[in-house]
Write a new protein. Structure first.
Length: 321
């Protein structure tokens, strides 16, 4: 997902199948960090997504993000969830920089990207850039992470027409399905798809509700997030059936909700406000110029702090093939 200050440059956050598709409760993995060891570990990790995973691709066509508050051209204050996964695996993960030339790294995620549209930063373009760089072959010994959809749900949240909002969600879901199909057709064997955290819970949504007087907006955004995630689950099931591949669906929505309900156990005291405001380009008063960021769930109006990313990364590590 993008931050609001980047809107002008782009567009502004498990299940596992054995013989048949089944739903796993994944929240406990946030506590235990358990890992499956029934498959050979991937030799590389390829990531396709948005600002929850971008480690420098958007910055390559704009300019370096100021540090602080941003950490290394990430839209948060530390490592992203996919970087935590890669670090735990002992695998390199660098920005592809595919927007400015031939891909150099394996992380194609771009802040602001959507799954349901076809702009230069979007999912479809990311996957096409990857396939162009690999001559149409997806190495079978790699892990592929598709972590996108938040910006599509945010767009659906902001669309007052129910039918149009539903179409935005459908386009995003179809975009994920199509691009996972492309990866599998190119040879991908190990695929992870991550669902969308609750858009109704991010500070941006409550701020919009206050600004517009639409106090139902957070609930509506949560409902739309849940609708997207249900559709994603259905499409992953369909993909597994059609391809015979084992696709892992990570339930980040439930995981982050679990943290929110037991925030004190994670050393988090503020789950509703951002530490840094993109609107004012300054730290919020309670975050004390970033000194209290470890007690915040949200880095800015949209994005989680490194603390939540770390938990998300451990969840990925626990369930990724």
């Amino acid at each position: 997902m993008p931050n609001s200050s980047l809107n002008s440059s782009s567009r502004s956050l498990a299940t596992r199948k054995s013989a048949s598709y089944r739903c796993l409760t994944v929240v406990f993995a946030m506590l235990g960090g358990l890992a499956f060891a029934n498959m050979a570990r991937a030799e590389a990790i390829y990531v396709f997504g948005d600002s929850l995973s971008d480690t420098g691709n958007l910055a390559s066509v704009t300019s370096d993000f100021p540090n602080p508050p941003f950490s290394g051209n990430r839209v948060t204050n530390g490592d992203t969830a996919v970087e935590v996964l890669a670090d735990l695996r002992g695998v390199a993960l660098e920005a592809s920089l595919h927007l400015v030339g031939p891909a150099q790294g394996t992380n194609y995620a771009v802040a602001g990207a959507k799954a349901g549209t076809d702009e230069p930063i979007d999912l479809n373009t990311q996957v096409d850039a990857f396939l162009l760089n690999t001559q149409g072959q997806a190495p079978a010994d790699a892990l592929y992470v598709v972590f996108i959809g938040g910006n599509d749900v945010r767009a659906a949240r902001d669309e007052p027409n129910h039918r149009a909002s539903s179409e935005l969600l459908k386009a995003a879901l179809d975009g994920v399905k199509t691009n996972v199909e492309k990866l599998i057709a190119a040879g991908a064997e190990q695929v992870v798809v991550v669902n969308v955290p609750d858009i109704g819970a991010i500070p941006e949504t409550s701020q919009l509700a206050a600004t517009t007087g639409n106090w139902f907006l957070p609930t509506s955004a949560t409902v739309k997030t849940a609708a997207y995630n249900l559709g994603l689950k259905q499409r992953v099931k369909s993909l597994e059936k059609a391809s015979g591949k084992d696709i892992v669906l990570i339930d980040l929505f439930s995981a982050f909700r679990s943290i929110d309900k037991d925030a004190e156990a994670y050393g988090i005291s503020n789950t509703t406000e951002p530490c840094f405001s993109q609107a004012t380009r300054s730290y919020t008063e309670g975050c004390a110029f970033g000194q209290n960021i470890s007690s915040y769930a949200y880095f800015d109006e949209v994005h989680p702090t490194a603390k939540l990313h770390e938990r998300g990364g451990r969840l990925l590590f626990a369930y990724a093939p």
